[in-house]
Design a protein around this ligand. Sequence first.
Ligand SMILES: Cc1cc2nc3c(=O)[nH]c(=O)nc-3n(C[C@H](O)[C@H](O)[C@H](O)COP(=O)(O)O)c2cc1C
Ligand code: SF4
Ligand code: SF4
Length: 443
Amino acid sequence: MPDLSSNLAGIKSPNPFWLASAPPTNSGYQIMKAFDAGWGGAVWKTLGVPVVNVSSRYAAVNYRNTRMMGLNNIELITDRPLADNLREIEEVKKYFPEHAVIASLMVESKEQWHQIVKDVENAGCDGIELNFGCPHGMCERGMGSAVGQEPNVLKTIVGWVMEVATVPVIVKLTPNISDITVPALAAVEGGGNAISLINTIQSVIGVDLDTFVPYPVVDGKSTNGGYCGPAVKPIALNMVKNCAQHPDMNLPISGIGGIENWRDAAEHILLGATNVQVCTAVMHYGFGIIREILPGFERYMTEKGFNTMDDMIGKSVNNVKTWENLNLKYKVVASIDEKKCIECQLCYTACEDGAHQAIGLKEVGEGRVPYIIEENCVGCNLCSLVCPVEECITMVRRDDGTEHETWKEYMENDKAPTTFDDDRAGGKHHWVPAPADALKKKK
Ligand SMILES: Cc1cc2nc3c(=O)[nH]c(=O)nc-3n(C[C@H](O)[C@H](O)[C@H](O)COP(=O)(O)O)c2cc1C
Ligand code: SF4
Ligand code: SF4
C-alpha cells in the first residue's frame, strides 16, 4: 500500500487532496463533511472584512453533452463575520486534528494583515494562504489579482505576513499575468513557504443574444468574472510546470485548476505539485468524488511503484523541454486500422481541409474507406484526434531512431533556413495540390 500522507512546507495532511478556498469551504459544517468523506485538507473560503455579494453569481460553458466544462464566477471573499469563521475553524480542528485547515486571507493594510494572521493562528489553523488571485471585484479595491500582478507589492505584503506568522504561509497566485514565474519569485523573495496556483482566469463567458447582456446577469448588467473548471487544466498545468522548472523557485507548489479525478491530480503532481486543491468539481458533484479519487490514485501509485508522494512529485518536469530542444529527426505517420473504421470520414475532412491532404478515400463495396498517403503525412495527429473510434487511427514511427538533431543544433550548424525562399525550409519538398484543383469536382 503506498503512503499517501502529504507534507506541503510543513503542513501535514493524511493525503494530498485539499479543497480549494471557495464555496465548498464556506463553513465548518461543509469542511467537517468533506473530511469525513476523505479529503485531506481544506483552504477556508477567503477571510477578510466581510463583503456584500451580488445575485446571480455564476455562469458556465456547456460543451456538447458536458455541463459546466468551464465555470465563471463573480463572487467575492466571505460574506460571513470573522468571529463566526474563527469559532468554526477551532471546532473543525478539535474534531479533525490530523487534517490540514488552511486560512485563506485577504485584507488591505499592514495592521489588518498582522491582526488577521494572529486571529487565524489563535483559532488553530495549520497554515495560511494569501489570496493574491481573485480577478474580479476585489482587484478593483486594490486586493486579489491587483496584488498578484504587481510583484513588488506582492513581495511587500508577503513580508508583512512573515513578520508575524508562525505557521507556514502559502502564496496563491493569479494566472492573469504573462509570466507566472515573476510573482512566484516575488513570493520567494518575500519569504513565503509555498505557492499555490492557479486562481481563476479573468473572463466574459458569453452574451445573451436576445437581451445583449453577458452572463451572469445582475439586474440587466454583468461584469468580468473568474474562469475555472476542466477547461482551465491545461493552463494550470503549464503554469505549475513553469514554476517547478524555474531554477530559483525553491518553494513547494500546491496545484489547482481543473482537477476532477485522480488522473487530473496525478498530472499536476507529476508536473511538480506537492499536493492539489479542488473547487469546481466539488461544486458540480459534491464531496463524494474523493471516494473515487483516493482508490484510483492509490492504484496508480502502486502500478508505477511509487511508495510515497515524494517518489512521484515532479516526475514529468524534465520531460518538458523548450521547443528548440526537440528532435527534428523523429517522424511519425498516421495508420488506419480498416477493421475498426466505421467510415465516418471525419479524418478525411479534417486532413483535407484542416491539415495536409494526406488522406484519400477508396471505394470498397458500397462504402468509401480512408487510406493514408504517407508521403504527404506530416504526423500532426489531427486525424487520430478527430477519429471517434478508440485506437482506429494510431501514429506509427517511421524514422529508425538513430538520428537526433534539434533546432538549436540546426542553428549552431548553419542548417536552419535564413531567407524567405530557402531550400532548407521544412515544407519545401511536401506535395500540395495546385490551387485550381480546389474547384475540380471529386467523383
Ligand atoms: C465560486 C467561486 C468562488 C471562489 N472563491 C475563492 C476565494 O474566496 N478565494 C480563493 O483564493 N479562491 C477562490 N476561488 C478560486 C478557487 O479556489 C480555485 O483557485 C479555482 O476555482 C480553480 O480551481 P478549479 O478549476 O478546481 O475550480 C473561487 C472559485 C469559485 C468558482
Ligand atoms: S497525421 Fe495529420 S497530416 Fe497525417 S494523415 Fe493525419 S491529419 Fe493528415
Ligand atoms: S475518422 Fe476513424 S472511423 Fe471515421 S473514417 Fe476516419 S478512420 Fe474511419
